[in-house]
Design a protein around this ligand. Structure first.
Ligand SMILES: [Zn+2]
Ligand SMILES: [Zn+2]
Length: 281
């Protein structure tokens, strides 16, 4: 669902790493920002499931809320949505969950109007006469309709990816804080997909080994609960299934796959592979 962290531009409000002045000193606003990261992540550890998934969903929803509530008539925002040909599938459907006060119906109607105009304009027949038209036709013919319609990534995904990258890095840094680390060990921990991103994005981080150790302990505990849940389905079992055992299968879904809507399906990666394969046979 998200572009890789390396292609995410920095933006005010969510910046990776400490901001430094000309001579490398810490910016005077850094403690306040670090505190805001600390409390955002610390508070999120009280909720069930992956805190990074929870923050990404919250930040993406806030972004969409602000676009629909106050920026839908803003020219740069509308232009960005034209270039990305709107939002990706999960973010399009997330609009239905926004509060009525954001007027998602009217906001999306305005966005969709733009996109339908763009689609209509790009799919109509074009006369081929004269050099300029031929050149334009050649340019058009060399790229797919998809590439011409959609030039950039879904802006809500770009926003979510930036939030994901910054908070994952902050979480690793905060594992060096005793209070945070203790709280993290008692929480659900991050999901496996986010742990894999942490491993790939920050392979040399000094806290990565701690994170790996904690994640292994969480996986082990979850597997133990699943074992007991499965054992209690045996007709010879006498003990009642506990609430923790009853929800172990959904806890495992989240631990293994992340929260719903954060990571895209592999359906189209698979179907494009099949289509490429069949076209070369
Ligand atoms: Zn996650
Ligand atoms: Zn998206």
């Amino acid at each position: 669902m998200f572009p890789p962290p390396s292609v995410i531009p920095a933006k005010a409000g969510i910046q990776e790493g400490p901001e430094r002045g000309k001579h490398g000193q810490r910016n005077v606003n850094e403690p306040a920002r670090q505190d805001s990261f600390y409390f955002k992540l610390f508070d999120r550890l009280d909720a069930p499931g992956c805190p990074i998934c929870g923050i990404v969903i919250h930040d993406s929803r806030s972004y969409l809320d602000s676009v629909l509530y106050e920026r839908v008539t803003d020219v740069p925002t509308r232009e960005a949505l034209r270039e990305s040909f709107g939002l990706c599938n999960p973010h399009t459907w997330l609009l239905r969950d926004l509060p009525a006060s954001s007027a998602p119906d009217l906001g999306f109607a305005i966005i969709a109007q733009d996109l339908l105009n763009r689609f209509h304009g790009m799919t109509g027949p074009r006369p081929v006469s004269g050099w300029r038209t031929l050149k334009s036709w050649l340019t058009r013919a060399s790229s797919t309709l998809r590439a011409r319609l959609k030039k950039t990534t879904c802006p809500a995904c770009v926003h979510g990816a930036r939030s994901e990258s910054v908070h994952l890095r902050q979480l690793l840094d905060l594992l060096g804080d005793e209070t945070f680390s203790e709280k993290y060990r008692g929480s659900s921990g991050i999901c496996v997909p986010h742990f894999l991103i942490a491993e790939e994005s920050h392979p040399a981080h000094p806290r990565l080994a701690d994170l790996r150790h904690i994640q292994r302990r969480k996986a082990e505990a979850l597997r133990g609960t699943l074992d007991r849940f499965i054992e209690k389905h045996d007709h010879r079992a006498r003990d009642e299934i506990t609430p923790a055992e009853a929800r172990a299968w959904t806890d495992s879904m989240e631990f293994l796959g992340g929260k719903s809507g954060v990571f895209c399906s592999e359906l189209h990666r698979q179907s494009s592979h099949w289509m490429r394969g069949s076209s070369t046979r």
